[in-house]
Design a protein around this ligand. Structure first.
Ligand SMILES: Cc1cc2nc3c(=O)[nH]c(=O)nc-3n(C[C@H](O)[C@H](O)[C@H](O)COP(=O)(O)OP(=O)(O)OC[C@H]3O[C@@H](n4cnc5c(N)ncnc54)[C@H](O)[C@@H]3O)c2cc1C
Ligand code: SF4
Length: 330
């Protein structure tokens, strides 16, 4: 057992300052990912700065009709919030599709965004892994990769991001707020996760030592008719092998507005902008949904054991958009 310090913090400037005192310090949310990685020896922090008592535990409506979600709101509280359920139902569904009740009671919004990949090699210290040890190699490409990326990966890493919540947040243009010793900042979720390239160990654009303070969802009327669908290898308590967050506004058989994001296909939640572009203004038909999915997935690069994800994602797009069309025209 490696010894480490633990300190609880009660104000944001104090949290940022304390983290800055030790390059080996880490913020601790619910600990549901970080502590597991510490047990595996992947993370070896000298100090844990517990952020769960910070005054960041509220969900509030913003003046323009959006929502502000504090970073220490638990996954359970987010999924149960009446404003989230009414205005962004896919977000509540995505959170409820993740982990188990006990884990959701502990896990926080900030920690969920920063959870690490579930690639088996990443947590296995006996194996090389470019994400854990830059330059050591990527055994997944020749090895076990049935749940790895088909979009936006590189020869250096093909891992996927495991968050369900992040997929719905990506569809709805969420913005991440953070605090550093130099002051506050914001990052649209679309820019939050870095492209893999040859630096898979660098995962986000957050400045070093930044504390996530919250997430803002802009007002988004189309999000009120939205759905999250997750495919996994068993009915509960499993990460996605493919998922989709979708929102649709259909009038007179035409798509007025659509939001689409994919999960478990890339190193980050994948906004399907090409599919959105093709669908907008066109017919709300199964043929159009399939053609849009095909266009989005044309960039897919598959490995021998994950090519099934292309068909899976295409079918998810058609099924979920068809259901939303029926719901909108009921
Ligand atoms: C068995 C199991 C199954 C799971 N299944 C799913 C699933 O199906 N879908 C899914 O989406 N998730 C799933 N999860 C993941 C779970 O949702 C995450 O572990 C959780 O959301 C992380 O939140 P946390 O608060 O516990 O983070 P922690 O473990 O405390 O922290 C994770 C990382 O975030 C950093 N951090 C935490 N808070 C902040 C902050 N405010 N600012 C800056 N950095 C911060 C920490 O330093 C650490 O690097 C599962 C987890 C387990 C253990
Ligand atoms: S896919 Fe990424 S995380 Fe997995 S072994 Fe390769 S480099 Fe490591």
């Amino acid at each position: 057992m490696r010894e480490f310090g633990y300190q609880r913090v009660f104000d944001v400037p104090g949290a940022v300052a304390l983290l800055g005192t030790d390059p080996e310090a880490r913020f601790l949310g619910g600990g549901t990912n970080l502590v597991d990685l510490m047990k595996a020896g992947v993370e070896r922090p000298a100090l844990l700065v517990d952020v769960t008592e910070l005054p960041l535990g509220r969900i509030e409506a913003t003046a323009d009709g959006g929502l502000r979600i504090g970073a220490t709101v638990t996954n359970s509280d987010l999924a149960a919030d009446p404003q989230v359920r009414r205005h962004y139902p896919a977000l509540a569904q995505a959170v409820l599709a993740g982990a188990s009740g006990q884990l959701r009671n502990m896990a926080t919004i900030g920690g969920n965004l920063l959870q690490r990949t579930r690639c088996g090699y990443f947590a296995d210290l006996t194996k090389p892994c470019n994400k854990r040890v830059p330059g050591s190699g990527c055994p997944a490409i020749e090895g076990e990769h049935h749940n790895h990326a088909i979009l936006g990966a590189s020869e250096h890493c093909v891992a996927v991001h495991p968050s369900d919540m992040g997929v719905a947040l990506t569809a709805f243009d969420a913005v991440v707020s953070y605090e550093t010793a130099d002051g506050p900042g914001e990052l649209p979720l679309a820019e939050f996760y870095l492209p893999v390239g040859d630096t898979p160990h660098l995962e986000t654009a957050l400045p070093s030592g930044a504390l996530i303070t919250g997430i803002t969802l802009p007002p988004n009327p189309v999000a009120a008719v939205s759905r999250y669908r997750k495919v996994r290898e068993r009915a509960s308590y499993a990460f996605a092998i493919g998922s989709i967050a979708a929102a649709l506004d259909v009038r007179d058989g035409l798509v007025r507005e659509v939001r689409l994001a994919f999960g478990a296909v890339a190193s980050r939640p994948w906004r399907a902008r090409e599919a959105e572009r093709l669908l907008t203004g066109g017919p709300a038909s199964a043929e159009a949904f399939a053609a849009a999915a095909d266009a989005e997935l044309a960039a897919a690069e598959t490995l021998p054991h994950n090519a099934y994800k292309v068909t899976l994602m295409r079918n998810l797009v058609v099924a979920v958009l068809t259901e939303l069309t029926e719901e909108a025209t009921r």
